[in-house]
Design a protein. Structure first.
Length: 78
């Protein structure tokens, strides 16, 4: 699951902003982990691909990757 944060130039419009959205309901038996991606360096990773790569193949936790608003231009490989 990827949560995208975005704001339109009109401050009254807010689409899926991670700062204003409700919390994601965790489903599963083993806990959760939140990874934040921020192109400006305010998260654990500056690249979405690095965040995806940080989740091991044998992962059993729920992982939420929050992507802060910014311009991310590259192809993702899962």
């Amino acid at each position: 699951i990827v949560t995208l944060g975005a704001r339109h130039h009109d401050s009254s419009f807010n689409y899926l902003s991670s700062s204003n959205s409700s919390k994601h309901p965790w489903i599963g038996p083993v806990g959760n982990r939140v990874i934040t991606v921020d192109i400006n360096g305010g998260g654990q990773f500056q690249s979405v691909q690095d965040a995806v790569n940080a989740v091991p193949d044998n992962n059993i936790m729920n992982v939420l990757i929050q992507i802060r608003a910014g311009c991310y231009k590259y192809e993702l490989i899962s």
